[in-house]
Design a protein. Structure first.
Length: 416
């Protein structure tokens, strides 16, 4: 913990910026969308599959655009890029309050997913991954803490607000929170960033010039790969199923949590109230993982990240009692805290940092595609008569297969 205190004391504003942008991404994340789902389905008369299809369509549109908008973070200053993303997120929240047809609902989902889940997450992870080297694991742990804080606080607040004023007015309130609080705070936290970026450029030049002289102390690959080069690397394709699995399966579960509660006979408030437990575990594990990444490397830890989630799904299948929520959320938090922090540090280790924005936007495109498929995967199975607790076993099998592919892909990289 002392190492985290040193990092926070030395880079207070910047690591807080990573935390805040991760927290702000919550407004486009599935754990926030999920609590709006029943109200939106009722308002528009949608089945599970239809609502899942709308969500998938909006999410896939976001994924298609991410390679374009995501790489701009390599070309535009971080403060300007962040401000543009935040204004888009405000617009998205205002837009969805005005939709009254299915096609406009798809557009609203697209804007929220693109600005929130896509670009806000992209800003947080890229900033921490790019400007930290020896402390990259601990810096990205702060991003994971931001996600966990959003997961703990916002769903239950949204449930209360939707019950009190309806889902449209709740989204209006979200727009005001971003505009009046998150955006000004983010800009203040980035004051003086030009000096940080100049130091980063000088260090990067030094590392690239010295790469041919042998290995350095940096965990990042001294040779920065371009996105087109990554697309030709077979190891990338072996890793993608495992690296996108957490997003796909966590998205599916959070999207259908209220359906799971109905199936098991649990109250909605009790289930969403236990998001706090999930978040506390995720925060604790992220903090521990950050130190482990800095000690052992992300490549060493990555093959183990999917196993807690697989066990969580098995528990959901086996038990119906209320108490099962607690081990389920503990394992879900363990898996997400472990995976998110490790993944964020993995790309610089494998492919360098100069073109990190373009490479991460490519990866986020695939992650968003995966997150779009997850809810539909379970929705289709439920509409065909499967119990949700049985359908999740197909995802357990996927996790085990993806783990094997991860091991094969990561063996292709030399450890520094």
């Amino acid at each position: 913990m002392y190492a985290y205190w040193q990092l926070l004391r030395s880079h207070t504003r910047f690591v807080t910026f990573g935390l805040i942008t991760a927290f702000g991404s919550s407004f486009g994340q599935t754990y926030f969308f999920g609590v709006f789902g029943p109200s939106i389905q009722q308002d528009f008369g949608l089945s599970h599959t239809q609502w899942g299809g709308v969500y998938m369509a909006g999410t896939l549109l976001s994924a298609l655009l991410l390679p374009v908008t995501g790489k701009w973070i390599d070309q535009i200053s971080l403060p300007r890029y962040t401000l543009l993303v935040l204004l888009l997120l405000v617009l998205a929240n205002l837009f969805i309050t005005q939709v009254h047809s299915l096609w406009w609902l798809v557009a609203g989902v697209f804007l929220l997913r693109h600005a929130g889940q896509g670009l806000m997450s992209h800003v947080a992870y890229t900033a921490m991954g790019r400007y930290f080297d020896q402390q990259r694991g601990k810096a990205t742990a702060f991003v994971s803490v931001g996600f966990a804080m959003g997961e703990a606080m916002l769903p239950i607040i949204a449930v209360i607000c939707i019950a009190a004023v309806g889902w449209r007015t709740t989204y209006m309130g979200v727009a005001l929170v971003i505009l009046l609080f998150i955006a000004p705070l983010s800009m203040w936290l980035l004051r003086g960033h030009a000096n940080r970026h100049q130091a980063y450029e000088q260090l990067l030049e030094s590392q690239e010039q010295g790469a041919e002289n042998g290995p350095s102390n940096s965990k990042a690959n001294p040779i920065s790969w371009r996105r087109r080069e990554v697309l030709k690397d077979y190891r990338f394709y072996l890793m993608v199923p495992g690296l996108s699995a957490i997003s796909m399966i966590s998205t599916a579960m959070f999207f259908h949590h209220l359906n799971l509660a109905d199936e098991k006979g649990w109250s909605h408030a009790f289930l969403t109230g236990n998001y706090l437990l999930y978040s506390l575990v995720a925060i604790s594990v992220a903090i521990i993982t950050g130190q482990l990444v800095d000690r052992f490397s992300a490549r060493t830890l990555m093959p183990y990240t999917l196993l807690p989630l697989a066990l969580a799904l098995v528990i959901i299948n086996l038990f119906d009692a209320y108490w099962v929520i607690w081990p389920y959320f503990i394992l879900l938090g363990l898996g997400n805290g472990f995976a998110q922090t490790t993944q964020a540090a993995l790309w610089p280790e494998c492919y360098g940092v100069r073109y990190l924005g373009a490479i991460k936007s490519l990866f986020w495109t695939l992650v968003v595609f995966a997150s779009a498929l997850g809810p539909v995967w379970l929705g289709l199975m439920m509409d065909k008569g499967w119990l949700l607790q049985d359908a999740v076993l197909t995802m357990t099998a996927y996790l085990l297969l993806a783990t094997g592919l991860l091991v094969l892909g990561l063996r292709g990289f030399d450890h520094t």
